[in-house]
Design a protein around this ligand. Sequence first.
Ligand SMILES: O=C(O)C(=O)C[C@H](O)[C@H](O)CO
Length: 364
Amino acid sequence: MSQTLALPQDLHNHEISKGARVTTAWIACLGEPLALVAAADLDAPEPAMHAGGAEANVAAGTAALGTPTAFLGRVGGDAEGRRIVEHLRAHGVATEALEVDATAFTGRYAKTEGVNEAGEPVTTSTYRRAGSAAAAMEPGFLARPAVAAALAGARIVHTSGITAALSPGCAALTRTLLRDRTGVSGTVTFDVNWREQLWPDGDPSLVIELARSADVVLVGADEAERVLGTGSPAAVRALLPEPRTVVVKDGALRAVAIDRAGAEIAVPALAVDVVEPVGAGDSFAAGFLHGLARGEDLRTCLRRGHAGAAATLTVRADFATLPAASLTALLTCDDAAWAAAHVGPAAVRVDGAHLPPPVESRTP
Ligand SMILES: O=C(O)C(=O)C[C@H](O)[C@H](O)CO
């Protein structure tokens, strides 16, 4: 099952196993794709669904932006697994290293929108993923020919704290990947993605260990507060001294990238009409990694991150993209125009121009 992607000139194809011709991806994302279903359908046979799952959202995002991307993980041999494979391929993601386990099921999740005690909107996720196809991953997964080839060829290997939480095997897998770097030649990026429900003992020590082993860490200020006891970018950086870059995202306020010497680059968040927030962090990661893979400066990477997050904030699905004209206007405007820009479900406004709105991702 090989796939042809439109590639920039400097990429090459290579043989990986049994003559299969596979494209070298710049970004390899490892994790569990999930079927996003209605809460009432968590146990239903073949429910209506969108595709979700943090690292799969990132992969769809970077591929949609034009970066050759591979997804590494597992789904079940069910309708949800088939649709997730189709969804990722439709966005241009290479799926040779996405294993289909006919004996297992694909993880599912549902979002419930509500309000917290302060009257603020909150979205709660409910999972049906314990014992899923992806939860069976363990360090040996990294040695599968298609997986090893993707890891060896990628400029960036990305995963998150969600994958570490799936099972003891997945915890060992992420440890092996981040600490031992087995078969990895590129930059390893790690999104903390703290999900309280997935850590019954509430102990963040593995996630902290993994973050300290990464080259680039992405973390929300709120989750940094939970995991590290502080959301202050400088304090987070002091607690994560090893990575080359730590990015602290402070919701609607700003994102700050900090290098080892403590130098900070901050970019304010865009003004957005928020419809539903889940998946916005993944779209931020996709934009940021897309820029990083191209060697862009950190300020541009942060702008790309905010633009991706803004698009997804305007939809109920896990993932949306900005039309090229809107993205280009956001990336090229000056700081004053950026500060005055606005992203809503019906239009993107930059520098007085009304540009096309975000496009919600559809699952085939
Ligand atoms: O919460 C998870 O584990 C998911 O992967 C579901 C969503 O897709 C994810 O939270 C979005 O970031």
